[in-house]
Design a protein around this ligand. Structure first.
Ligand code: NAD
Ligand code: UPG
Length: 440
């Protein structure tokens, strides 16, 4: 099939590459010329495991092409995916300007039937809004607008796309339904379902999935805070509840708050949709408040340990990305923590396997950047663990001890066992568990 993907970011590039991988010809469009030039040279602009190999293969086979020329891409395609940003507007609603502007451009370009697919996360009613913009210039038989939300996770995006738990497609058109059904067949061979539904339910499904997952995390973060006060261990509680099949083991990890480009903005946007519909969705309000508070928890622990006197202290930070296996730092808890450390008059040397360049673009020389995870520890008063990259899980503890000024670790991701840290003699303060080698 012939596809155009408008917006070549995390979602657009993975979508385009995976559709090319299943034999389609994909034209990817972006307004960012530098990104397109890079992609034309076969260079992947983001760190996403497995993407590079697929990209190279499909570029070589000429199944994926890159351009800044929207018209050229649309003329060659039957299905047009919109993978454009939907950032929060001032009132918390998803800003649809990117989507609606491109819809307007499409209304000038389209000359024969196309299926226009919203892959971006968009509020209920957006498919209708896009259809309305297109319909101002185009006859109804020239297009259908479909909602097809994306559920991929960064860091595992290729796998998630190629083997989705489910594909959700919202359309009221039989013609578009047939096109989408054919397109997705290679991805559901393992027996995973395609759920066809109306556009509004499909759009809602995406927000409800993300908000539910965010709620689970906020719930566990509250549980962790209570565990600290009561002497229970949240990791044991997590295992204890997760084996109940009604609850499930996944997505129960407490930490320093959810971040990334999706959960914070999507919970906010669903909350806004509720307000617009005069519905007081109390749970969502609380989920956001809990998350805001949880992002401050690690700094609170640090302040208490140093009795509020952080001036001149030197910290080493392991992990900057909002989660492991990505270079993405959008809404990453690390950014807030760095600001708090700097505001308190302390210094920080950071290390992350992939996200250093993105952080440097924000903080420049206000902070130091370590060559590797160990050199950053030199002369540091304490180590702060912010992202649970695999390489932090089983480090050379002897080297850590040698480099650190004091054996002090604040761990926002519960990377180590309490027993191990006790045995090694570290002061170890983590989330929802007792403090090791110190006073609780
Ligand atoms: N990142 C994720 O893990 C994820 C997963 C599921 C859904 N989503 C949703 O997908 C959408 C895109 O997210 P993303 O993370 O890929 O964003 P992104 O910022 O990484 O990518 C968006 C791309 O669109 C381009 N763009 C902007 N205006 C354009 C225009 N007029 N024409 C062509 N290109 C244009 C930008 O230059 C950018 O490259 C959002 O709605 C997001 O909520 C994201
Ligand atoms: O048990 C957990 C799981 C995750 N997180 C945090 O939650 C955030 C989001 O993590 P994750 O969901 O793995 O990453 P995303 O790539 O943001 O993916 C989410 O957001 C995407 C964009 O909408 C959706 O497509 C995915 O299904 C949804 O999982 C990160 O800060 C994680 O550290 C926790 O604190 N505890």
């Amino acid at each position: 099939m012939k596809i155009a993907v408008v917006g070549t970011g995390y979602v657009g590039l993975v979508t385009g590459t995976c559709f090319a991988e299943t034999g389609n010809v994909v034209n990817c469009v972006d307004v960012n010329k530098a990104k397109i030039d890079q992609l034309k040279k076969g260079k992947c602009p983001i760190y996403e495991p497995g993407l590079d190999v697929l990209l190279q293969r499909n570029i070589k086979e000429k199944r994926i092409l890159f351009t800044t020329d929207l018209k050229a891409a649309i003329d060659k395609s039957d299905i047009i995916f919109l993978a454009l940003p939907t950032p929060p507007g001032e009132d918390g609603s998803a800003d649809l300007k990117y989507i609606l502007n491109v819809a307007e451009d499409l209304s000038e370009i389209i000359k024969e039937y196309k299926v226009i697919v919203n892959k971006s996360t968009v509020p209920v009613g957006t498919a209708e809004k896009v259809a309305e913009v297109l319909g101002r210039k185009l006859a109804p038989e020239l297009f259908d607008v479909v909602s097809n939300p994306e559920f991929l996770r960064e860091g595992i995006a290729v796998d998630d796309f190629l083997k989705p738990d489910r594909v959700v497609i919202g359309t009221s058109s039989d013609r578009a339904r047939d096109v989408m059904n054919e397109l997705y067949q290679p991805f559901v061979r393992q027996g995973n379902p395609i759920y066809f539904m109306d556009e509004r339910s499909s759009e809602m499904t995406k927000y409800v999935a993300n908000s539910y997952l965010a709620m689970r995390i906020s719930y566990m973060n509250e549980v962790a805070n209570l565990c600290e006060l009561t002497g229970a261990n949240v990791d044991l509680v997590r295992i204890g509840i997760g084996s109940d099949s009604r609850i499930g083991k996944r997505f129960l990890f407490p930490g320093i708050g959810y971040g990334g480009s999706c959960f914070p903005k999507d919970v906010l946007a669903l909350h806004h949709t509720s307000k617009q519909n005069k519905y007081d969705f109390k749970l969502l309000d609380t989920v956001m408040k809990v998350n805001k508070n949880q992002k401050k928890v690690l700094f609170g622990k640090i302040k208490r340990f140093y009795k509020n006197s952080l001036k001149g202290k030197k910290f080493a930070m392991w992990g900057l990305a909002f989660k492991p296996e990505t270079d993405d730092i959008r809404d990453a808890p690390a950014l807030e923590l760095i600001n708090e450390i700097l505001n308190a008059g302390a210094e920080v040397t950071v290390f992350d396997p992939e996200a250093m360049a993105n952080v440097k673009a924000i903080f420049g020389n206000k902070i130091k950047y370590a060559r590797d995870q160990y050199t950053g520890l030199k002369e540091a008063d304490a180590l702060l663990i912010v992202t649970e990259w695999s390489e932090f899980r089983n480090p050379d503890f002897e080297r850590m001890v040698k480099n650190l000024k004091s054996k002090v670790v604040f761990d926002g991701r519960n990377v180590y066992s309490l027993e191990k840290m006790e045995e090694l003699g570290f002061y170890y303060n983590s989330i929802g568990r007792k403090i090791v080698n110190g006073k609780n």
